[in-house]
Design a protein around this ligand. Structure first.
Ligand code: ZN
Length: 427
């Protein structure tokens, strides 16, 4: 007698950085993005996913795999350095900074295997076949730094995948490269969990605006990659496909420079070597928000100067809201920040240190990083598989519900991740 053992459910998790659900919803999509639309028809999808604060890539991706808010998982911003004077600031690339178990650890503990392509905060993670997102912050173009990710990948794996990608160099966009790498890992290693981070839409939306022709063309490109991966896994009924994002996007016309105002208020001093330094303060600009830190105990005079700087910034119209320590606690956000400035519609914060407090944007046309309740900052979630109902609308959900949902889809104990969160009812 032949015994039929059901294959354990696999999961392919594709993150399209910055993808806003309204971009692929009809009628806006105008017949574009056929694969995102097909997923919406044949699977379950959220009308909106409320992200975390700040609505930026690294803290949000840490939430996707842990189910926890930044204050609990430990990734408060994209940067690992609070000093805006530092020339090449390192990002939070390393999984060891996570203070809670990630999905890949639950996968490994259950004797199954995972693979990752450019997943944020995954360098050094217990992922069996891992090509993490990491670069030398001193290089001008991170997409051309192959040595740093090679050094932090699973031994031998980067060279193996690089051979496949070599003919595409200089011709393909970053997501075509990542899609190709993902297909290679799927076909050669057939992991139980495959995580892929797509970035081209985010890149183009920052440069040209969230609904610009350039950004939508990048969405066309990633939609094709989603289609290729969907085709590759379609023969395997035990595999669930999830496509999601970390945050949404809003357009900007003006750039505000809190550091220029800090300088005006005398919050900078010259170090012994003559270089400028913020007196006792640290700062992280995250587009739609700007975090300020006291790195040393401030004097009453320092406090007064910071208050005066914030007052001055408020008069420019660039700040929608000053988020103080109490509110940061309620939001389960950065415990180290003294305050975070939340940008008014149309503005983003830079780390420029001189010139006028506000000017027309020279570079960016789109941003994110604001409070997750702000319109436009909603993230996306779509799932398709044998345990997922077709055409189901999940309504507005929380990014913190994703991790236990993914664990449940893989038949892993869901309560290891985010025991306080309710997994989404996809069936
Ligand atoms: Zn992002």
């Amino acid at each position: 007698m032949k015994l039929l053992i059901p294959s354990p459910p696999r999961l392919v998790l594709l993150s399209v950085d910055g993808l806003r659900p309204d971009l692929y919803h009809a009628p806006h999509s105008l017949g574009r993005f056929p694969n995102l639309n097909a997923l919406e028809q044949s699977g379950a999808s959220a009308a909106a996913v409320e992200s975390i604060y700040p609505t930026t890539t690294y803290p949000a991706h840490a939430t996707i795999v842990t189910g926890l808010p930044p204050r609990a998982h430990g990734i408060y911003s994209h940067l690992a350095s609070l000093d805006p004077m530092e020339k090449a600031r390192p990002w939070c690339w390393f999984a060891r900074a996570l203070r809670a178990p990630a999905l890949w650890e639950v996968v490994r503990a259950s004797g199954r295997r995972s693979a990752g392509v450019s997943w944020p905060v995954s360098a050094g993670a217990s992922i069996d076949h891992n090509l993490p997102e990491i670069w030398d912050p001193a290089v001008p173009d991170p997409h051309r730094d192959f040595e740093t990710p090679a050094r932090h990948s699973t031994p031998g794996l980067f060279g193996e995948v690089a051979k496949v990608l070599a003919p595409m160099l200089g011709k393909a966009d970053p997501d075509q490269m990542r899609g190709e790498a993902a297909l290679y890992l799927w076909n050669h290693y057939r992991p139980d969990l495959l995580l892929v981070h797509f970035v081209y839409y985010d890149q183009q939306a920052h440069a040209f605006g969230p609904a610009s022709a350039e950004a939508l063309a990048a969405l066309d490109s990633v939609d094709q990659q989603i289609g290729r991966i969907r085709d590759a896994i379609s023969h395997d009924a035990a595999t669930t496909l999830v496509v999601l994002s970390d945050h949404g996007f809003v357009p900007v016309e003006k750039e505000a420079a809190p550091l220029a105002v800090f300088a005006e208020q005398g919050l900078f001093a010259r170090g012994a070597d003559g270089s400028l330094a913020l007196r006792r303060l640290g700062a992280v600009a995250a587009g739609g928000s700007f975090a300020v830190y006291w790195l040393e105990k401030p004097s009453p005079d320092d406090r007064h100067r910071l208050e005066a700087a914030v007052e001055q910034l408020l008069t420019t119209g660039a700040v929608q809201e000053v988020v103080g320590r109490q509110q940061l606690e309620t939001l389960r956000a950065d415990p180290d920040a003294e305050l975070m400035l939340d940008a008014a519609p149309g503005f983003y914060f830079s780390e420029r240190m001189d010139g006028p407090p506000v000017r027309a944007t020279l570079k960016d046309r789109g941003t994110h990083g604001h409070l997750p309740t702000r319109a436009g900052l909603e993230a996306a979630f779509l799932a398709e598989g044998r345990e997922v109902a077709a055409g189901k609308n999940l309504g507005r959900v929380s990014l913190r519900q994703i991790a236990p949902t993914l664990a449940r889809l893989m038949h892993l104990p869901a309560d290891i991740l985010a025991p306080d969160e309710t997994p989404l009812a996809l069936g």
